[in-house]
Each structure stands twice: as structure tokens, then as C-alpha cells.
Design a binder for this molecule. Structure first.
Ligand SMILES: *Cc1c(COP(=O)(O)O)cnc(C)c1O
Length: 365
């Protein structure tokens, strides 16, 4: 039922692009967007690239009331040779379909979405910034559009991809952050929606985030939703600890989001023959390792920052400083390697990077 052709409608007015040095995160958007529709009769159809513009929706659309929505986040990078590449984009679309599964949203064709994304990046290629550390952030998302007040799976959806040029995450060197261990609120529970990238998870996390900010911390460390003993994630990132030479990260237990960066870091560590294990990690174990002088490093992983070192952890009134509040040697090496692969400055032994072919006729149209 899927019609695989992607229609292209180019804008007549290209917007002015901001200077690389003024770029923030997610504030300005490129000239075009990808849109595809779903109805129960037609399946996914009407895939097109069109000028970036507001969308008009009936106020009764189900997404506004029951939060049936999923999203992704990935990036396009400009290399020294002026090529444009994507980092493991198929992983993001595969994960979007897994999120769809959980939210009762119909699957889409990953190949078609990849083709649409590459065409979109090609058309807006001049929006991929040039300076070191900058990139084009890509946000695919799906919303339930059936105009109906009542709880069931929507019968219609919109799949949209928008893109935003973003500045370097670390402008003046990598800064380790202060993290509050969250003892009251939880992010997710087994059987809930923690493994899906769905809007409600993030609105539900705001309260803890605000409380942490008020106490001078930049993010929270989430514990499991049942015993509040085991570590799950840090903010909207996965988390790693280096204890006595071994790297540990919480195992995927049904409430943790399976990050693409997380998977890449694990593969990289295995490639380097550095011991890494995915298992349950309790917060008590981390403080104990610190007391024994064995907590070497801690860091979060995610697409936006790649690596975000944890400088200090606050738990039950106690604050510990990890690696003297400085980025650790391994964290730095992982950061340099992944960002090096992403910009083709380093070999890519894993075939993680996909080039976006630029066809000069796109511009001429
Ligand atoms: C997106 C996200 C991550 C990181 O995933 P990446 O694919 O590495 O960007 C981790 N945790 C949560 C809750 C997330 O939403």
C-alpha cells in the first residue's frame, strides 16, 4: 500500500542563515521539511519535501490530549573535505519504529524514510554549518492527528522531519557537570514507556529537572522505579562508570532508552579490549567504589553531547567529586574517537558513517 515516490516542492525564498558563532540548540530551522501522511485506508502515503512551514491541526487531534507521539534525534556533519555525512541513521529510524510499536503507531518503511532524509539534507545542504563541533540536528517525529476525543490508537498520523543547525556543544572545552541523584521522582518503570522516545517521558521528567537545577545541579541521575536503588540514566542520556579499570553501564532492563551513542561506546570499548559490562549498577556501589578509591570516571552518552563527563554526584546530602571534577582520560579518548569518526577525520572501522550524495541538479531546479 505504500507509495514510495517522494515529491519535492522547493521554496521560492531561501532564508538567511545564521553565522556559525551565533548558533544555539534547536532555535532556527532549515528551508525545507519532510512530511508523510498515514490513514488506515491508505497506509503511509504522500511523502514529500516541502518548504518549512507551520502545520494546521484540528484542536481535537489526539496528540494534544493523549500524547500519542514519538521522536528521534540525530545529526549530519560536514567533513574537512566538505562532504556531508550521517552517523548510523538507520539505527534512529529502527528505534523510531520500536517506539511506534509501544505507542500503537503504525510502522513506516525505514528505507523510504532514509531516502527522504538524505534528499532533505541534500536540498538543505548549505545549512550544515562549517565550524568545528557544529552540526545539523535532525528531528524526525510522528504525531496522532485523528480529530477525536476518546482514548484509542489514532487512525491518522503525520510523520515529519525538521532540521536545525546547532553550535558546538562544548565551546570552551569539555566541562564536567554536577548531578543530583533523584530519590523522589522516577523516569520510567518496567512495562512503562521508558524504552520509547515518546513525548510524555520528557514532560514527566521536568519536575525533577527543575528541583535539581534549583539546588545547583545541571541534571538528575535516575534510579529504578521500584526499589530506587539501581541506576538507570542521567537526564536524557545513558550513563557509564569506570570502576577499577572496568567500564560498567546499566543493562537494558525494559525501562532504559537504548541509545545509539551507548551502543557505539560499548562497541568501541570492546574493539579496544577494554573490559565493559552491562549489568545492574546500584547507587550504593558507586559511592562505595568512590570510598575505596576505585571510581575512576563517570559520563553520560547521547547524540547532542556525545560524552558528558560527570564531575560530581550528590546523593542523600553527600557530594563526591569524580576524577577531581575533570574529564577522565578514557572519556576524552571516547569523545575524540567518536567525534573524529563522525567528521571523517579518523578511520571508520565499523561503517558507522553514511555519506549524503550531493547531486548538483537539485539546486538548479
Ligand atoms: C535519546 C535518549 C538517549 C540517548 O540516545 P542517543 O541515541 O545516544 O542519542 C538516552 N536516554 C534518553 C532518555 C533519551 O531520550
Amino acid at each position: 500500500m505504500t507509495n514510495n515516490t517522494i515529491e519535492v516542492l522547493l521554496t521560492s525564498e531561501r532564508k538567511e542563515k545564521p553565522e556559525d558563532s551565533t548558533l544555539q540548540f534547536g532555535k532556527v530551522f532549515t528551508d525545507h521539511m519532510f512530511v508523510m501522511e498515514y490513514t488506515t485506508e491508505k497506509g503511509w502515503h504522500d511523502a514529500k519535501i516541502q518548504p518549512y512551514q507551520p502545520i494546521s491541526l484540528d484542536p481535537s487531534c489526539m496528540v494534544f490530549h493523549y500524547g500519542q507521539t514519538v521522536f528521534e534525534g540525530l545529526k549530519a556533519y560536514r567533513t574537512k573535505e566538505d562532504k556531508i555525512v550521517l552517523f548510523r541513521p538507520e539505527k534512529n529510524f529502527e528505534r523510531l519504529n520500536l517506539s511506534n510499536e509501544r505507542l500503537c503507531i503504525p510502522h513506516f518503511d525505514v528505507e523510504q524514510a532514509l531516502e527522504g532524509l538524505k534528499k532533505l539534507v541534500e536540498i538543505d545542504k548549505d545549512w550544515v554549518p562549517h565550524s568545528k563541533g557544529t552540526s545539523l540536528y535532525i528531528r524526525p517525529f510522528i504525531i496522532a492527528t485523528e480529530p477525536f476525543l476518546g482514548v484509542h490508537a489514532s487512525e491518522s498520523y503525520k510523520f515529519i522531519i525538521i532540521m536545525s543547525p546547532v553550535g558546538a556543544y562544548y565551546k570552551g572545552g569539555i566541562n564536567p557537570v554536577k548531578i543530583a541523584v533523584e530519590n523522589e521522582y522516577v523516569r520510567a518503570v518496567k512495562g512503562g514507556t521508558g524504552t520509547a522516545k515518546t513525548g510524555g517521558n520528557y514532560s514527566a521528567s521536568l519536575k525533577a529537572q527543575e528541583t535539581a537545577n534549583a539546588s545547583g545541579c545541571s541534571q538528575v541521575l535516575w534510579l529504578d522505579g521500584v526499589e530506587k536503588k539501581y541506576i538507570e540514566e542521567v537526564g536524557a542520556m545513558n550513563v557509564f562508570f569506570k570502576i577499577n579499570g572496568e567500564v560498567v553501564t546499566p543493562m537494558l532492563n525494559g525501562s532504559i532508552l537504548h541509545g545509539v551513542t551507548r551502543a557505539s561506546v560499548i562497541e568501541l570499548l570492546k574493539h579496544w579490549n577494554i573490559p565493559v559490562s552491562e549489568r545492574r549498577v546500584s547507587i550504593a556501589e558507586i559511592f562505595e567504589a568512590y570510598d575505596n578509591g576505585q571510581l575512576d570516571e563517570a559520563w553520560g552518552t547521547g547524540t547532542a553531547a556525545v560524552i558528558s563527563p560527570i564531575g560530581s554526584l550528590v546523593w542523600e546530602g553527600r557530594t563526591i567529586n569524580i576524577n577531581d571534577n575533570e574529564i577522565g582520560e578514557l572519556s576524552q579518548k571516547i569523545y575524540d574517537t567518536i567525534t573524529g569518526i563522525q567528521t571523517c577525520e579518523l578511520e571508520d572501522p565499523f561503517n558507522w558513517v553514511q555519506e549524503v550524495k550531493i547531486n548538483s541538479s537539485v539546486e538548479a531546479k
